[in-house]
Design a binder for this molecule. Sequence first.
Ligand code: MG
Length: 383
Amino acid sequence: MMKITSIHAHILSSPLETPFAFSQGWVSTRSATLIEVTTDTGLTGWGEAFCQGLETPQIAATAIESCFAPMLIGRNPLSTEKHWFDMYNRSRDFGRKGAVMAAISGIDIALWDIAGQAYKQPVWQLLGGAHRRQVEPYATGFYRIKGQGEAERLAEEAQMHAQNGFRYMKVKLGFGVRDDICVMKAIQKAIDPAKITLMVDSNHAYGRSEALYLGQALADMHLRWYEEPVAPEDYEGYADLRRRLPMAIAGGENEHSLYGFNALFEGACVDIAQPDIGSCGGFTAARHITALAQAKGVEINPHVWGSAVAQAASLHLIAALPNTHHSLFARQPILEYDQSSHPFRRELTRHPIQMQDGFVHINDAPGLGIEIRKDTLAHYRIN
Ligand code: MG
């Protein structure tokens, strides 16, 4: 039997030359918590605990090294489902959400990477096979440099993404409803609406009345979705907006595990659920969540804002997602492709994701199919 011999959390961090804002605050540093799991057979797996824009990466790293690593060392890494429930049950009284779930996610991803290498199959194959081998990326951007009054600059940014080949773009809102509406009008004027589809994301900046007002003002923009209109705890607010607005309501990057998503689905909160592989509980939880969503008729479109490891993991998940509403020309999930400044994302693996003819191709190498660059790790590592 193969055995886990070590679990290490590598904390990478780099200050940004130009801090940028989303609705919850200023991001001045990009960080990542990468998990390296080694085994007695020589196989090594990598995972990532998603580090939110305002999160310090040390929280998840501490949960991994002080709580979960001592539990798992000596165990068979292939028992992914058993280890998931053991970690969840162990941390139920102090975890369930946030950084502790990100810690579980990072370890789970690394265990699936090991399993793929052990069985000589890509993770998407272990998940049951690929529904698709390529995915169209969407540009996440439109962060603020001043805060408000940047509509013109953001309209130019939209033109840049269009020139770079993006047909889908997600605009960061939540900087005051009037400012948000100015931004959206300027962007809509700058692009060809027949070619470009927009989404909006307020990162739960508003309460129900402002969120509704904003949604109504954007009602004729043919948005693919309206993301995190209200706080993640406000299930009733989500359901209410979903009844009153024409566009799809999306959320879930701040929801976790089958239990959290079950509450979101029971509340009829979202049309599109957005689990992040690095914080929802990894591949194991993503499988549970996907089954729940399928039963409720909810689309899954994963969120991903992490580094190259999280991007790779997210691609395997996307490959294995069934179409929720089957048809000949069913709407396919799209890959979040963050365009904000990230000093080490592209240098972290040997073959970072690439857009070719408008698509990102999903590899078929064993495991996650990534090779970590140790020089990049050493350069940005702070622990
Ligand atoms: Mg978001």
